[in-house]
Ligand binder design. Structure first.
Ligand code: FPP
Length: 272
């Protein structure tokens, strides 16, 4: 349900320029730049993450007001878990727990349903418990589904999908020759959702960083220099406005690319 009256005046002005029939159904975000945001202010990195958690809530609320069905945020990668100092990983885990505790009521008020993707069973037990609590408490909400990618890696998701598909084939005594793209999709963590239409990355890096590798095959990518702790709902709306100016061809032809020449004899090859 749309709650446009709850947008700020600035958000309303951008929203008014959008075409309602071309709204993305699924926006995925690589939230980058927390450390740099803190560094620019001579603050400790953890304060950047804390501000980043604030952006998560504000952006989610704008998404719910404009009726975005799916919002998927890269909150903690498997590589973050393996490669960051233990103190930072422990801080991120505590932050996630407090974030879920202190924002559950706001999720309810905004009709947001919470879900997770990733190897979440490897996270500390008390974090998993809080995650389950937030998921179950919001399960009946019908607005935006906010999916947090936690201990997530696109390649391990594909490996997990292959393992589970192989087990299914064995169980059903089916041959590998019969495997389709749809079968692989059914075994991904994201089987229940559409592929992202738009992928936003903050802080200017031009990388996918192992995020939703299978799912972003035809996703439009929007990169902004803005650091995640400075990212707000209005920037989500600006990214959607940019998305609506794109032409998605899915490997087909543009409507303005001219006539297709079907008679090979009439095609002149300059080099001949
Ligand atoms: C990148 O910043 C961001 C992360 C490692 C994780 C994202 C975490 C949050 C937004 C906060 C917690 C989220 C929730 C849902 C409570 P970086 O540290 O890599 O930044 P840098 O590249 O500038 O160092």
């Amino acid at each position: 349900m749309l709650r446009i009256d709850e947008l700020t005046t600035e958000e309303c002005a951008v929203y008014a320029t959008l075409k309602p029939e071309c709204m993305p159904q699924h926006v995925a975000i690589i939230m980058d730049g927390n450390g740099r945001w803190a560094g620019h202010r001579s603050l400790k990195r953890f304060l950047g993450h804390q501000q980043g958690a604030n952006s998560v809530q504000l952006v989610t609320e704008t998404a719910s007001r404009i009726g975005l069905p799916w919002l998927t945020l890269y909150a903690f990668s498997l590589e973050n878990n393996l490669k960051r100092p233990r103190a930072e990983v422990n801080f991120l885990m505590r932050l996630l727990k407090t974030y879920l505790e202190s924002n559950l009521q706001r999720m309810m008020d905004n009709n947001v349903r919470m879900k997770y993707i990733g190897r979440t069973h490897e996270l500390p037990a008390e974090v998993q418990e809080k995650m389950r609590w937030a998921e179950e408490s919001t399960a009946k909400n019908t607005g935006t589904t906010l999916t947090l990618a936690l201990n997530y890696s696109g390649r391990s998701e594909i490996a997990d999908a292959f393992r589970s598909l192989a087990a299914e084939l064995k169980h059903k005594r089916q041959s590998v020759e019969q495997v389709t793209e749809e079968d692989i999709h059914r075994h991904l963590y994201t089987a229940h959702m559409p592929d992202p239409d738009l992928l936003i990355r903050t802080s200017g890096e031009m990388r996918l960083s192992n995020y939703l590798l299978w799912q972003v095959a035809y996703t439009e990518i929007f990169v902004t220099e803005r650091l995640w702790p400075d990212f707000r709902g209005i920037h989500l709306l600006e990214a959607i406005a940019d998305f609506q100016r794109r032409e998605r061809r899915y490997g087909g032809l543009s409507e303005v690319c001219g006539e297709v020449e079907e008679n090979p004899k009439r095609i002149k090859i300059a080099a001949s």
